[in-house]
Design a binder for this molecule. Structure first.
Ligand SMILES: Nc1ncnc2c1ncn2[C@@H]1O[C@H](COP(=O)(O)OP(=O)(O)O)[C@@H](O)[C@H]1O
Ligand SMILES: [Mg+2]
Length: 361
């Protein structure tokens, strides 16, 4: 549906050339909800603007539905309004002097559709975002969340091939953001519009996406479904950027009964190697919820003696930080009705099937 190949964006500045996008290649399937996730400045917006035709890439190739919209070799560069896209950007501009209806109808009027058709399309889009009764309201009489929905209705009313969303929820307060997250995903599942969503918020990415593309420093680190990237990341950057992780360096010793054997400063561990890294493995990663907290002196595979040094009660669970004899810091969680005091000695066990080998940097 959407294909990007060798996309590069360079900005000349007084301090030399900024390589905002280094060489991105990517395919997004029809109906997919694909999220670009990465820290601020990693090139998410620039990539999205290239797809939209708002930014001219230095080099590369972008096609929509099999047709080139940008190709640096052949010189094709289709203007934004002919790419058939819906867009919502971070600072969603709602026109304050217009009614809700007029805001949403605007892109259709520009496209020369007849009045009765426009009326029914706008009604349908407003209904979809839960603003069916608000058509006559002035846009300024709406709450932040309602304005956000107007922006969304305006993006979907054109029924474009692809919906591009750049941090559209970031101006909303936490509660509303979470609500809109669910609503937006439900709407997308209903319409099955191919969607490219940009965020730096890992929770948003995990909750909404079919697939997440992890980006850093103008390049793609790796991509996968939310569960793949959370449970079996390949790269240290992903392990640390998505969720919390205990990570330690390791040396690969070999494989045994389908499990890898590694040596770490905490001892020799049995681990899983979902990406068949073998000798290329450089780290073991365990998510805190996959670390078993056992009584002091417990024996077994992947066991480490540790002492509670911090605990944070967060309601549904308690997050602990531990220290080992060699002063390695480890984290684990327990249900909050279990209460371990600071200084308590325990044994931590890393479940082998949840201890994942990561690629060496
Ligand atoms: N017009 C520009 N001129 C120079 N540098 C730019 C310009 N636009 C973006 N950049 C730089 O490109 C990099 C990527 O920016 P951006 O795509 O906005 O990142 P993100 O959306 O992931 O936060 C950043 O280092 C940013 O400073
Ligand atoms: Mg951005």
């Amino acid at each position: 549906m959407l294909r990007i190949a060798d996309l590069q964006v360079h900005y000349p500045t007084e301090h030399g050339v900024v390589e905002a996008v280094k060489s991105i290649g990517l395919e997004i399937q029809e109906g997919e909800f694909c999220t670009f996730l990465g820290p601020s400045g990693c090139g998410k917006t620039t990539t999205l603007r290239c797809i939209a035709g708002l930014e001219e890439p230095t080099k590369g190739h972008i096609s929509l539905n099999g047709e080139d919209v940008f190709n640096s070799q052949s010189g094709v560069n289709v203007p934004t309004h002919k790419r058939d896209l819906g867009m919502v950007f971070q600072s969603y501009a709602i026109w304050p002097h217009m009614s809700v209806y007029e805001n949403v109808a605007f892109p259709l009027e520009g496209a020369g559709m007849d009045k009765s058709e426009i009326r029914s399309q706008v009604a349908r889009a407003l209904e979809m975002v839960g603003l069916g009764d608000f058509a006559a309201r002035s846009a300024t009489q709406l709450s932040g969340g309602q304005q956000q929905r107007v922006a969304l209705a305006r993006a979907i009313v054109r029924n474009g091939k692809v919906l591009l969303l750049d941090e559209p929820l970031s101006n909303l307060d936490a509660k509303l953001r979470e609500q809109m997250r669910g609503e937006l995903r439900e709407l997308q599942l209903k319409l099955r519009t191919t969607t490219v969503f940009v965020t730096h918020d890992q929770d948003e990415a995990l909750a909404m996406s079919d697939r997440i593309v992890v980006m850093n420093k103008g390049a793609i680190v790796e991509q996968g479904t939310p569960t793949e990237l959370y449970h079996t990341p390949r790269h240290l950057f992903t392990a640390r950027f998505i969720g919390k992780a205990d990570v330690f360096e390791c040396e690969h010793l070999g494989a045994e009964d389908g499990m890898g054997r590694v040596r770490t400063s905490l001892g020799d561990f049995s681990v899983s190697d979902p990406h068949s890294l073998g000798k290329r493995a450089g780290y073991v990663m365990v998510r805190p919820e996959a670390v078993e907290i056992l009584p002091e002196g417990s024996q077994g595979v992947n066991c480490v003696a540790a002492t509670v040094i911090r605990r944070v009660f967060v309601g549904q669970k308690t997050e602990y930080e531990f220290s080992t004899a060699g002063n390695t810091k480890l984290s684990a969680v327990s249900p909050s009705y279990i209460d371990l005091p600071i200084g308590r000695q325990v044994t931590l066990q890393f479940k082998p099937e949840r201890s994942v080998l990561l690629e060496r940097d």
